[in-house]
Design a protein around this ligand. Structure first.
Ligand code: TNX
Length: 521
């Protein structure tokens, strides 16, 4: 008996899985004759787009060229079209980092002779470009393709898509080990491919200060040359930071800088001893302990430090957010802690930005519109719930699911294990709406993965921890709950890994997925 293949549109291996995919109507070519149910891009494409979409068009052209698709006769049109009135794509009308999940809705149509991508906003076009690039990459890496001459043949489909959550992030710790601007730009590429849209940079911690500031040059002069284990460290110049933001902006990704206060401040105290009560600079710290360094609310230098640093970081930052940390304050009474968090928050607001802070900061009075980032899912959540009632929104980073610095399994050579072991399936099979049951879904701004780098020193260390789990987190954040199923995800991520292989990335071969052997076609 011959078991029929499911139709091509049901076999798309896209990650994150789109909201709705159907076969393109009739699959008729422009001349009215029924054509094949596919579109072959190998003759090359001609891009049509308004001037306002030059950015997304350039990204698409570059990625397709990498995949072997050059210039030729196949028309690919990018267009801005207002969303139809009453468009149900963002039924909750949820507020977003930069203007609503609906801004990222798009329609991608592939027929037998052309491609059309439409969205109401550039961010939607960018999401559609990511999907179209992924479809093409999947086509050229599919096992059926002739390895010597991969064929970019797309199925004829209509994809109507929009994200579940407006904030789909990755927090990257460049303080414990430094990663260069170039390495960060590679991570941005990976994020774009997975439709993630917020890069949170953990720029300061006990082990190093990673952003050069004109108002306090001592910070990088004295505290950037260190890292966990005594590594070389490093820092971003203002130009590096601008370059990262430019690369992010091109991809529709917002950069959120984190200046972690009042704890996690040994690097600042080392460079600026006036921030310590004794006036004596503590030594450089290259261990992995936490909870031993702090700002002191009684010192006048503390307020000017917060003002100058947060004003400058705010002024350098394109996006609307600055993260003030607030995690793991060492022994400090509640009033002093709250005072320091409120002072930092006030400076962020004075700089014209909105506040993001780790969940401990919910003990303080945060300005309305702040984002509280939950990481310790087992802690009592009254403060977080109260902050949300007072106008904050909740960002979910439950450590046992999305801390991508957790080991995959006992004995795994990299990573920590304080939140348990996190295999791909753990990172995939959880429900954001259930993390804090008292918080309504419309008060959840989104989901953010985090990768702390105490044990991660190289590009491949970082990639092995990110992949494949970042794909799981991206789907949790993008795809509606009803569209998520582990077996289907496992199949799709195996297909996506062929693209990673082609792109020279490395990943962990999580159990439960039928990975190709490396090197097999
Ligand atoms: C907890 S996440 C921390 C970090 C560590 C991380 C390691 C957070 C707000 N604080 O300082 O690097 O665990 O997983």
């Amino acid at each position: 008996m011959v078991i029929p293949e499911p139709p091509a549109h049901e076999r798309l291996a896209l990650v994150p899985r789109p909201r709705r995919v159907r076969a393109a109507d009739g699959d008729a070519g422009r001349d009215g004759h029924a054509g094949p149910h596919t579109l072959d891009l190998s003759p090359g494409i001609t891009l049509h787009h308004p001037a306002a979409l030059a950015g997304p068009a350039g990204l698409l052209r570059d990625r397709l060229a990498q995949l072997g698709v050059g210039t030729g006769p196949v028309p690919v049109t990018l267009a801005l079209e207002p969303a139809p009135a009453g468009d149900p794509q963002d039924p909750e009308g949820r507020a977003a980092p930069t203007g609503g999940a609906a801004g990222e809705a798009y329609r991608l149509m592939v027929t037998a002779d052309h491609v059309t991508l439409t969205a109401a906003a550039e961010r939607g076009v960018l999401a559609g470009v990511s999907t179209l690039a992924q479809l093409t990459a999947l086509a050229v890496t599919a096992p059926a393709a002739e390895p010597s001459a991969p064929v970019p043949v797309l199925p004829a489909v209509v994809i109507d898509d929009a994200p579940r959550f407006a904030w789909r992030g990755l927090s990257l710790d460049v303080a414990r080990h430094f990663f260069t601007a170039e390495q960060v730009v590679e991570v941005l590429g990976l994020m774009f491919d997975l439709r993630l849209n917020v890069l949170h940079l953990h720029l300061t911690d006990d082990q190093g200060w990673r952003l050069d500031l004109a108002s306090r040059p001592e910070l990088t002069r004295l505290s950037s040359g260190s890292a966990v284990g005594g590594g070389p460290g490093g820092y971003f110049t203002a130009e590096d930071y601008a370059r990262i933001q430019e690369a992010a902006g091109r991809r529709g990704i917002t950069v959120v800088p984190e200046i972690d206060v009042p704890g996690h401040t040994n690097a600042a105290l080392h460079a600026l001893p006036e921030l310590t009560r004794s006036g004596v600079a503590p030594d450089v710290y290259t261990g992995t302990g936490v909870g031993f360094s702090r700002l002191d609310a009684t010192l006048p230098a503390t307020a000017t430090f917060l003002r100058d640093v947060l004003a400058e970081v705010g002024a350098m930052t394109v996006g609307p957010w600055v993260h003030i940390g607030g995690d793991e304050p060492p022994e400090m009474d509640r009033a002093e802690y709250a005072g320091l968090v409120e002072a930092a928050a006030g400076e962020v607001v004075a700089a014209g930005k909105a506040v993001v802070a780790w969940q401990e900061a919910a003990r303080a009075n945060l300005p309305p519109g702040s984002v509280v980032q939950l990481w310790k899912e087992d802690e009592p959540t009254e403060d977080v719930v109260a902050a949300v009632r007072a106008g904050a929104r909740l960002l979910l980073s439950p450590a046992s699911r999305v801390y991508l610095d957790m080991k995959y399994r006992p004995g795994f050579e990299l990573g920590l294990q304080w939140a348990g072991y996190t295999e791909l399936r753990d990172a995939y099979e959880w429900e954001p709406a259930g993390v804090v049951p008292e918080v309504r879904e419309q008060d959840v701004v989104g989901v953010e993965a985090a990768v702390f780098t105490e044990t991660l020193a190289t590009r491949s260390d970082l990639l092995v921890m990110l992949l494949p789990r970042l794909a799981a987190v991206a789907e949790v954040a993008w795809t509606p709950r009803s569209g998520r199923h582990w077996p289907g995800f496992a199949d799709r991520v195996a297909a996506l890994a062929r693209v990673w292989e082609r792109d020279g990335l490395v990943w962990h071969r999580s159990p439960g997925v039928e990975w190709d052997e490396p090197g097999t076609p």
